[in-house]
Write a protein that binds this ligand. Structure first.
Ligand SMILES: Nc1nc2c(ncn2[C@@H]2O[C@H](COP(=O)(O)OP(=O)(O)OP(=O)(O)O)[C@@H](O)[C@H]2O)c(=O)[nH]1
Ligand SMILES: [Mg+2]
Length: 422
């Protein structure tokens, strides 16, 4: 799973990236600080408790129960599990700022857009404080609104996709004529595949184009129809959620009205303060505070035993007051909602031993795999290893003990043993 952090310059993309991935990257108060993309791993909690909470043989295996894992007894190969809150990795890409005209080569231009290829979704960081213009320069208040930012960004991506579709469209569509709908779909899929687009995206694009193309033959489709197709493909390939950032600098009423503007467009959005979250991360690393990954930035505890200075204590209390007034803020929460709500992913735990829920090395629930909703037992086998998929015989639901077929749909938190020839 790969999520891109996008937006105009100087909105806090790299600050958000640094906070989410705990890595140091360049952050500065002027446009185009980032040129080459930063790529890192963010950890998000699975919404349901880890299955290790239900492990039948828990008591005999809880060597970790008094240790760092809280009550958790699993042994994640990647990530961690504490108090049954299992963390899984998401790849994040922090790209250069996008400016109007990028699809015609301004700013980082096409390079920007290829940096986003293979992203499953985008989080657009917008400047909730409205103190910068569309190019990221400090300006009079209201030089651009968060909705302006969203409109221009999605339009640039759609224009760029339209440009790719237009290249060789009429020749390609004419050639596809004898192959009917199938050939046309293959043509579109080929055009977008370099950016990570699939047939599913192509189907939605073609449907949308047909709705407005009247009786015109595909090779005669003009800019409007291609643009419509690009728009639908963008929605499918790059769904956008919004972080209304710099929320610490915004009046509560103003923030509420910005949130409403995005909700009216049926977009997932949350107010955030990347700068505050980054500061809290550092305070946590220094042992001054404690909080769990995914909690709201207001929900941390001071750790007095580590002797914070009066000024540190003062700053942290100020942050806590400020963030308590901003409801639902949190970058991890937004990322988690993108993965589990917008993209409807489920988490499934493959095991080799269906009784003990372990792998061959005796690790309990070592892997938590993200799959699209509707994935089958066979899909899981392929996600673990191609050989396991190719040799698939049947699977066992290790929670119920029932045998399941290859085409059975899996559910959130299933523990599955795959029986395979290989
Ligand atoms: N007040 C406030 N400032 C923030 C917040 N997030 C980021 N900033 C500041 O905004 C400026 C730009 O931050 P960056 O993270 O470099 O922004 P960017 O979007 O990556 O910028 P480019 O790479 O130039 O496109 C820096 O001065 C940050 O400290 C926030 O939540 N609140
Ligand atoms: Mg940056």
């Amino acid at each position: 799973m790969r999520v891109g952090l996008v937006g105009k310059p100087n909105v806090g993309k790299s600050t958000a990236f640094s906070s989410l991935t705990s890595t140091l990257v360049e952050i500065a108060d002027y446009p185009f600080t980032t040129i080459e993309p930063n790529i890192g791993i963010a950890w998000i909690p699975v919404p349901d408790p880890c299955r290790c909470a239900d492990l039948p043989t828990r008591t005999s295996k809880s060597q970790d129960s008094q240790g760092d894992g809280g009550g958790s007894t699993c042994n994640p190969r990647t990530g961690s599990c504490k108090d049954f809150r299992r963390l899984i990795p998401i790849t994040l890409v922090d790209v250069a700022g996008l400016v109007p005209g990028a699809s015609e080569g301004r700013g980082r231009g096409n390079q920007f857009l290829s940096d986003l290829s293979r992203c499953d979704a985008l989080i657009q960081i917008v400047d909730g404080s409205m103190s910068t213009d569309l190019e990221g320069n400090h300006s009079e208040p209201l030089a651009s609104t968060p909705i302006d930012e969203y409109n221009f960004l999605t339009e640039e991506i759609e224009l760029w996709l339209a440009g790719i579709l237009k290249q060789g469209w009429s020749r390609g569509a004419r050639r596809a004529q004898s192959g009917g709908e199938r050939a046309l779909l293959d043509l579109i899929t080929n055009l977008i595949s370099g950016l990570g687009g699939t047939e599913k995206d192509a189907i939605l694009g073609l449907q949308a184009a047909r709705e407005i193309a009247s009786d015109n033959q595909p090779w005669d489709w003009g800019d409007t129809v291609i643009r419509r197709m690009a728009s639908e493909i963008r929605r499918s390939m790059f769904p956008v959620a919004v972080a209304i950032n710099k929320a610490d600098k915004v009046e509560p009423n103003k923030l509420k009205s910005t949130i409403k503007d995005f909700e009216d467009l049926s977009l997932l959005c949350l107010p955030t303060s990347a700068e505050v979250e980054l500061a809290l991360n550092k305070a946590k690393k220094a042992g001054l505070i404690s909080y769990s990954v995914g909690d709201s930035p207001a929900k941390f505890n001071l750790e007095p035993q580590n002797n914070p200075s009066d000024s540190q204590r003062g700053i942290l209390e100020k942050i806590q007051n400020k963030m308590s007034s901003i409801e639902g803020a949190g970058l991890v929460d937004l990322l988690s909602q993108v993965v589990f709500s917008s993209l409807s992913r489920i988490v499934v735990y493959p095991v080799s031993d269906e009784g003990r829920w372990t792998d061959a090395e005796n690790r309990i629930l070592p892997d938590a795999i993200l799959l699209p909703q509707g994935s089958t037992a066979r899909d899981l086998a392929y996600a673990v290893h191609t050989d396991l998929g190719n040799g698939f015989i049947r699977a066992t639901n290790a929670v119920s003990g029932r045998s399941i077929r290859g085409d059975s749909e899996l559910s959130m938190s299933d523990v599955v043993k795959i029986h395979s020839k290989s």
